[in-house]
Design a protein around this ligand. Structure first.
Ligand SMILES: Cc1cc2nc3c(=O)[nH]c(=O)nc-3n(C[C@H](O)[C@H](O)[C@H](O)COP(=O)(O)OP(=O)(O)OC[C@H]3O[C@@H](n4cnc5c(N)ncnc54)[C@H](O)[C@@H]3O)c2cc1C
Length: 625
């Protein structure tokens, strides 16, 4: 490990979690030097909770990170042990990929990759203080007293800022179990004038797989062909492992309900808010009192370990209650807990304090990414880390920031949500957060983002040529699907409305509303054996045909949306001079400082009338320039 701390780095990244590694690599790929200051250089991008990447909407972000040259997709492709596609019975906008990870192999893959990059210097220490020169950041002082000078700093501290673990009545100062928390850095942020809030999250106990009665659980296999994440990976053979489904019983409910008062979530010991969509088992029994049972997924933590992650059983109850409650779950009657579940509270920075570039408004050259911005999830963190890395380089080079809008990427939706709304609970992505879902699919991440990857030099040149070939091949397939016809009689009992004696085009087949694309796909090759075998090409062509009408309509909506986004508002715009604004709107504008008229309109409490008034003033402002 190189510890040439006298060096001035282009960017110092604090924290080697999912946000930090993407940030450091983006900086490095753009030809700048990064110092990655983290507590354990051999455990980069460690999964704090569930050993899986992807899931609904999160998988879209992984594809976007991949299209922008990020590492998450490649890392999980290389270390995944079960690959599944979700939501296939619904439209392609919500098709998602979820991959079970070998948790230790994943962190090793990432640590090796990042540590080996010539532009990244690993600094194994705890960042304690941010150094500023006037209003601009200029480096970091570690808790051991080392000074790391840099032209920009990205803070990606996850759940470590003033982290406090709760297990029943027990409290432990830690960033994760058995890892130290970062208290000094919280103080430094406060002294720079940042507002910090408290959020909480939690994790289930881990189980010894040898003590589980698998016969009593429902087996869930991975999918074939394997839905890899990254466009760039050489496909590997995977012996996929199974996951299992089980459920809690009436006795689980009884034990947990009898101990509500001993959970720090209900006893008043924890006052901060946790992720609404990922509640603890005690919160589930409390909130849904009529529900007798909850599903639990038993997920292996990797190939080299027997540990099992009981997804759905997050808890902060005392250990003895965890022990007796887990043994009432079907198949877990003799289960042994290897590590207890716990809740953790940590400091975060309410995201009105950052700009859409993720640079803080208060200190120039200082960026925040990941959990510190109030989000939850590895994928959300990775998306922000990548954007912060790119924007830190653009900042150094005095170039305009790179901001994705809501019609271009889930990353854009997330950052826009963060910077226009108040985060009072951990934020996670859902497909329902994106109004232009049909345009933001997993399959077209490269169509949407490769232009930017090229502009900022994020991926190798050769990859663009490969993608052009894929696009050409897709066009060829679309034309064949329009020309080739199939006898309705050959479609078996698909139940489409044509007479058995008719022949219809494959295009027409794909447009039938009562069958899914996946039901239609096998018949395409049957009707036209000359179609390519490559699943990706066939699927891209099929999606294009099926949804071209809707996609065209959405494109027109996006054009309208963009016109509002193009109405830029100067950062220092003087809202006090705008007469006719409601008091609430003026306060919100001052608080969030929207970057465009479109963004101003999305702030809670702002009415169309306020936007009309603001629009007139902006026109005048422009005229005066
Ligand atoms: C107990 C627990 C349960 C969770 N449950 C869920 C869940 O159910 N669902 C979900 O979506 N997410 C969950 N999460 C959150 C998920 O782990 C994070 O969203 C994600 O890891 C955030 O990535 P990050 O890069 O922001 O931070 P992290 O992955 O937490 O990484 C932070 C890194 O920064 C380093 N670091 C911190 N401070 C300093 C410092 N001062 N100096 C040097 N290094 C520092 C740490 O060592 C670590 O490597 C959970 C987290 C925990 C701890």
């Amino acid at each position: 490990m190189n510890k040439s701390l006298e060096n001035i780095y282009d960017v110092a990244v604090i924290g080697g979690g999912h946000a930090g590694v993407e940030a450091a690599l983006a900086v490095a790929r753009m030809g700048k030097t990064a110092a990655l200051i983290t507590m354990d250089a051999n455990r980069l991008a460690l999964m704090s909770c569930n050993p899986a990447i992807g899931g609904i909407a999160k998988s879209h972000v992984v594809k976007e990170v991949d299209a922008l040259g990020g590492l998450m997709g490649r890392a999980i492709d290389a270390t995944g042990i079960q690959f599944r596609r979700l939501n296939l019975s619904r439209g392609p906008a919500v098709w998602s990929t979820r991959v079970q990870a070998d948790r230790i192999a994943y962190t090793k893959y990432v640590s090796d990759l990042v540590g080996a990059h010539k532009n990244v210097t690993m600094v194994e220490d705890v960042a304690g203080e941010l150094l500023a020169d006037g209003t601009a950041v200029c480096g970091v002082r570690t808790e051991q007293g080392e000074i790391i000078r840099s032209r920009a700093v990205i803070v990606t501290t996850g759940t470590f800022l003033a982290g406090l673990i709760h297990i029943g009545e027990k409290k432990i100062k830690a960033g994760r179990m058995d890892e130290q928390a970062a208290y000094e850095l919280s103080k430094s942020l406060l002294s720079l004038g940042f507002e910090l809030g408290r959020l909480k999250t939690g994790t289930p106990p881990r189980l010894d797989g040898d003590t589980v009665n698998w016969e009593k659980c429902e087996k869930q296999q991975g999918h074939e062909p394997i839905p890899f994440f990254s466009y760039s990976n050489g496909r590997r053979k995977v012996d996929q492992v199974a996951c299992y489904l089980t459920k809690t019983t009436a006795e689980t409910k009884r034990i947990i309900s009898a101990n509500f008062g001993r959970s720090p979530i209900f006893s008043g010991q924890i006052t901060s808010t946790g992720p609404r969509y990922c509640p603890s088992i005690e919160a589930k029994f409390h909130r849904f009192a009529d529900k007798e049972s909850h599903q639990i997924f038993l997920e292996p933590e990797g190939n080299g370990t027997n540990e099992i992650y009981p997804n759905g059983f997050s808890t902060a109850l005392p250990e003895e209650v965890q022990n007796s409650a887990i043994r009432t779950v079907v198949g877990l009657e003799h289960a042994k807990i290897t590590r207890p579940g716990y809740a953790i509270e940590y400091d975060y920075s309410p995201a009105y304090q950052i700009k859409p570039s993720l640079e803080t408004r208060r200190v120039r050259g200082l960026f925040f990414a990941g959990q510190i911005n109030g989000t939850s999830g590895y994928e959300e963190a990775a998306g922000q880390g990548l954007m912060a890395g790119i924007n830190a380089v653009l900042y150094i080079e005095h170039e305009p920031p790179f901001v994705l809008d809501r019609s271009e990427a889930y990353i854009g939706v997330m950052i826009d949500d963060l910077t226009t709304r108040s985060t009072t609970e951990p934020y996670r992505l859902f497909t329902s957060r994106a109004e232009y879902r049909l345009a933001l699919r997993e399959d077209n991440a490269r169509d949407r983002l490769f232009g930017y990857a090229k502009k900022y030099g994020l991926i190798p040149e050769g990859d663009f040529a490969e993608f052009e070939k894929l696009k050409k091949e897709t066009e060829g397939v679309i034309n064949r699907l329009r020309r080739t016809r199939i006898k309705v009689a050959d479609l078996g009992d698909l139940g489409i409305r044509f007479k058995k004696t008719e022949r219809i085009s494959l295009e027409n087949l794909l447009k039938q509303p009562n069958i899914t694309i996946n039901e239609a796909l096998p018949f395409l090759k049957q009707a036209d054996p000359a179609l390519p075998d490559r699943h990706e090409v066939l699927e891209r062509a099929a999606i294009f045909i099926r949804y071209s009408g809707y996609i065209g309509k959405q494109k027109r909506e996006i054009e309208k949306f963009r016109r509002m986004e193009e109405e830029r508002i100067p950062f220092d715009f003087d809202y006090e001079t705008v007469s006719g604004l409601k008091v609430e709107a003026r306060e919100k504008f001052l608080h969030f400082r929207p970057a465009s008229l479109g963004q101003a309109g999305r702030i809670e409490g702002v009415s169309p009338g306020d936007i009309a008034v603001l629009s007139v003033y902006l026109m005048r402002h422009k005229g005066a320039d």
